[in-house]
Ligand binder design. Structure first.
Ligand SMILES: Nc1nc2c(ncn2[C@@H]2O[C@H](COP(=O)(O)OP(=O)(O)O)[C@@H](O)[C@H]2O)c(=O)[nH]1
Ligand SMILES: [Mg+2]
Length: 445
């Protein structure tokens, strides 16, 4: 995940500050010098850094902070607030029209437009919209095909006219949407390796013809300050309404996310967090600031959980636990619920207190879940509901049936056992909380 190294550095700076108790002006200034370097190393635009640091410093050496009982805490709070402001302060929503909402996705080649068209379609359809994807990148037949494949995977319709004029295609797609009752049109346009006039005039012609509600620039956050330059250039020529920052799951240093709003004035509306087609998140500046400061993003985690967790199933599970009839079927059910929330890495990153440093060296293998599913699928119904009967020869058969090793089967049975025990503790959580030694009920952490 991006920001890892920035988060770590800021964490160290604040730790030193907290160790001091009362802060002098010199302490704050020293800390700010270090924050400045950390931000520059994270590839944040230097002008942005300069302004940010001077704002933070001015506030931090004010009376309320220096005379408060927890000055370091106050400084961190100010940094959090200023980072949030820097990224736009509030969530910036899509400007939906009452009629048909048209969204043009533009950007350089490889930035993630086609993938993001699909992700966005899916996100909006979860929200009750009826989207259609439009293939307006006509220069390679493969690009059209790619969008069709994405659409098929997500069960979203794709409008194409083959290699015709993108302006005509866009216009026709609106008529098509109107006739077939789609209310959100997402246009996947062509990209180039670099900005060129021909492309820009094509995009601007589409824009003039259909007058879209949104022109969203898709930029690759891995390209750092280049992404910011690209955004400035596109914005000059197209009047962007917002940005989608992709590949924030990679090891980008985070500079683009932190500078692009301040430099271009365009808000970030969504962020791409992975290659999978549901890895697109609504961008919340305040939550991103908290993530950067290592405070976790509990709200997004809770939203993911309530969105993807089947509440009815959770209730059933609770009942089973009470009656102690939690078997391997339930175990698998629970795992697949967790899987729906995203990869382990993504989930863990959002839990406060579980900083990336603490997780260094811990590998979470998402394939493990597939393996577990295969193993349980190879068991008979009786074995699943009464795992105690799974003896040596059954283990051998199950391993062969699922294409795994006996050790894998053993490990799974052990995990099942541990989960059962852990859940027993979990149900007794109220008691332990009173004694003040409650742990996070997540995966044994
Ligand atoms: N890791 C990661 N990869 C992404 C993300 N968004 C797009 N990609 C990948 O980036 C590559 C280019 O994406 P594509 O949609 O074809 O870009 P386009 O040329 O702008 O249409 C593909 O391999 C995508 O899977 C993201 O948020 N995270
Ligand atoms: Mg494409």
């Amino acid at each position: 995940m991006a920001f890892e190294s920035l988060t770590q550095k800021l964490g160290n700076i604040f730790k030193k500050l907290r160790g001091k108790g009362k802060l002098s002006e010199a302490d704050v200034k020293q800390a700010m010098r270090e924050v400045r370097i950390a931000l520059l190393e994270a590839d944040v635009n230097f002008k942005v850094v300069k302004e940010l640091i001077s704002k933070i410093t001015e506030r931090a050496i004010g009376h309320e902070v220096m005379e408060s009982l927890t000055p370091a805490q106050q400084v961190i709070k100010i940094v959090n607030e200023e980072l949030t402001l820097l990224m736009g302060s509030k969530q910036s929503r899509i400007d939906f029209s009452k009629d048909i909402t048209t969204i043009m996705l533009v950007g350089l080649q490889g930035s993630g437009k086609t993938t993001t068209a699909g992700k966005l379609g899916k996100l909006l359809s979860k929200d009750g919209k009826k989207p259609i994807l439009v293939a307006a990148d006509i220069y390679r037949p493969a690009a059209i095909k790619q969008l069709q494949v994405v659409g098929e995977k997500l069960d979203l319709p794709v409008f194409t006219m083959g290699q015709k004029d993108p302006v005509d295609i866009s216009k026709a797609s609106l008529e098509y949407a109107r006739r077939h009752n789609y209310n959100t049109v997402i246009i996947d346009t062509a990209g180039r390796l670099h900005i060129d006039d021909e492309l820009m005039s094509e995009l601007s012609n589409i824009s003039k013809t259909i007058n879209p509600n949104e022109i969203l620039l898709v930029v690759d956050s891995m390209t750092g300050q280049d992404a910011v330059n690209v955004a400035e250039e596109f914005n000059k020529r197209l009047k962007l309404t917002g940005l989608i920052l992709t590949k924030l799951d990679g090891d980008s240093r985070g500079g683009a996310a932190l500078s692009v709003k301040a430099v271009t004035g365009c808000p970030i509306k969504f962020v791409g967090m992975g290659e999978k087609l549901d890895d697109l998140e609504i961008f919340h500046p305040e939550r991103m600031a908290s993530r950067i400061l290592g405070m976790g993003d509990v709200l997004t985690l809770i939203e993911k959980a309530t969105q993807d967790f089947d509440l009815k199933k959770a209730k059933e599970l609770e009942q089973k636990l009470k009656t102690q009839s939690f078997d391997l079927n339930d175990f698998m059910e629970q795992l697949s619920q967790v899987k729906k929330m995203g990869s382990f890495d993504q989930i863990l990153n959002m839990i406060p207190g579980l900083s990336p440093q603490k997780l260094k060296g811990v590998q979470f293998d998402d394939n493990e879940l597939d393996r577990v599913e295969a193993i349980i699928n190879s068991m008979t119904m009786e074995e699943r509901s009464n795992p105690a009967i799974i003896n040596g020869s059954r283990r051998k058969r199950i391993a062969a049936g699922s294409g795994t090793a006996i050790q894998d089967v053993n490990r799974l049975l052990k995990q099942y056992d541990q989960t059962r025990k852990m859940i027993k503790q979990f149900t007794g959580i109220d008691k332990s909380r009173k004694k003040g030694r409650q742990k996070l009920p997540f995966f044994g952490f």
